[in-house]
Write a protein that binds this ligand. Structure first.
Ligand code: G1P
Length: 293
């Protein structure tokens, strides 16, 4: 069955980006000329998602406004002969239906996803965490949808290899490769941020999931986990005891924009991959090394 809905949690406080996030949602901080959240929504659209559920909190209305139309600005641009810009600002909001629900208390990712329960009536849905951006030929969510479809519509977690010292930053999976596959695992368990000594593998999720509707049963059952929060990882782990859950090593380059260092790296790398900015960025880097390196 076609997956049409995705949940994007955007309720976090963005403390790592203070003071900017005192007034601006972290998701609205731009990489080049598009807010970070734009890239996650683009991924959803290119994966065939038709309806997006933003799980928001107080102070996040700029995100809703960004994906709405701004007729006044569109008309102003058109009147001034700037049709390209008018199309640019109109485009993204017209390609997808957006619904918002509020997470009234910040009780963790599992709790955030559970806030969308009454909207997701579908058999399966996608979850996209906007802190991690993935550049790939086929959008990563689409890769996971295809893996799910090829395997009877199972839940699928997107995973990538990380250096063993970094397992305590991610949900880590354990499992065995499916017969005839070098990339898709049948997951036996998932652990939230294990220390390297106890991590079963170095296969980490950067926040891309295809989840069957059943996940909500388990989100209702889990106790508070790591950090005192309701963890999506714990619900997935519980679900894997009775349901098939796969983990798929996706193709693509992933950028962690949740930290200032990762954000800086993403900005430089995105510019280097943009033909209209590549030369400028190379020149800036070269001059920077000559003068300050
Ligand atoms: C969340 C998830 C974790 C996942 C990570 C990806 O953690 O709980 O399993 O690996 O996102 O960014 P957070 O970074 O919100 O603490």
């Amino acid at each position: 069955m076609k997956i049409k809905k995705a949940v994007i949690p955007v309720a976090g406080k963005g403390t790592r980006f203070l003071p900017a996030t005192k007034q601006i949602p972290k998701e609205m901080i731009p990489i080049i000329n598009k807010p970070m959240i734009h890239y996650a929504v683009e991924e959803a659209i290119l994966s065939g998602i038709e309806e997006l559920v933003f799980v928001t909190s107080t102070g996040k209305t700029a995100i809703e406004d960004y994906f709405d139309r701004n007729l006044e600005l569109e008309n102003f641009l058109l009147k001034n002969g700037k049709e390209d810009y008018a199309n640019l600002i109109k485009d993204i909001g017209t390609k997808i239906e957006i619904i918002t629900v509020r997470q009234k208390e910040q009780l963790g990712l599992g709790h955030a996803i559970n806030c969308a329960k009454h909207i997701i009536k579908d058999d399966a849905f996608a979850v996209i965490l906007g802190d991690d951006l993935v550049l790939s030929e086929v959008p990563v969510t689409k890769q996971l949808m295809e893996t799910s479809q090829a395997n009877g519509g199972s839940s699928v977690i997107g995973v990538m290899e990380v250096p063993p010292s970094q397992t305590n930053k991610y949900g880590i999976i354990d499992g065995t490769l499916l017969k005839d596959s070098s990339k898709t695992y049948k997951m036996s368990k998932m652990i939230e941020k294990p220390e390297p000594e106890v991590a079963p593998t170095n296969l980490a999720t950067p926040g891309r999931y295809i989840l069957k509707q059943e996940i909500f049963e388990f989100l209702d059952k889990i106790p508070r986990g790591v950090g005192g929060e309701y963890q999506l990882t714990d619900a997935i782990n519980m679900m894997a005891e009775t349901n098939t859950v796969l983990a798929h090593v996706f193709d693509g380059d992933r950028f962690d924009t949740g930290s200032v260092n990762g954000y800086l790296n993403a900005t430089v790398q995105f510019a280097l991959r943009d033909p209209s900015l590549r030369e400028t960025m190379l020149e800036i880097c070269k001059r920077g090394i000559e003068e300050h390196g």
